[in-house]
Design a protein around this ligand. Structure first.
Ligand SMILES: [Zn+2]
Ligand SMILES: [Zn+2]
Length: 126
């Protein structure tokens, strides 16, 4: 499988027995099922072990639009993370898989003060 952003080879990486995903050997983007992403958010240290790319490199790739899903060839949708709206991800709606740029998993696991403030405001109905 080739990376949808930089066309380098993707390699399978694992964390424990429950988490398996593909990581690009070029830009170090991560490609996984939505369910795996949920597990990575709950497990300790997944970002340290799996998100080995450099965030600055990930940020360069983050603005790419209309990337093609490496599994099925559909155009992936760009969307904002529900909990942390400053993070944008690419998802394939037909495979239910997600592409994370390098650094995004690490970013996700650090819920920032601003995210808490935004959530509080939305609960207050702003
Ligand atoms: Zn790549
Ligand atoms: Zn797909």
């Amino acid at each position: 499988m080739k990376c949808p952003k930089c066309e380098q080879a993707m390699e399978v990486v694992e964390f424990g027995t429950e988490i398996s995903l593909e990581r690009c050997s070029g830009c170090h983007g991560l490609y996984c099922e939505r369910e795996i992403l949920a597990r990575m958010r709950d497990e300790w240290l997944t970002e340290t072990v799996l998100d080995t790319g450099c965030a600055a490199e990930g940020a360069r790739h983050n603005d790419m639009r209309n990337i093609i899903c490496p599994s099925c060839g559909a155009t992936m949708e760009h969307f904002q993370d529900e909990e942390q709206s400053h993070i944008t991800l690419d998802t394939c709606l037909s495979c239910d898989k997600i592409f994370l740029d390098a650094g995004e998993l690490t970013d996700m696991k650090e819920v920032t003060l601003m995210d808490h403030v935004r959530r509080l405001l939305s609960m207050l109905g702003r």
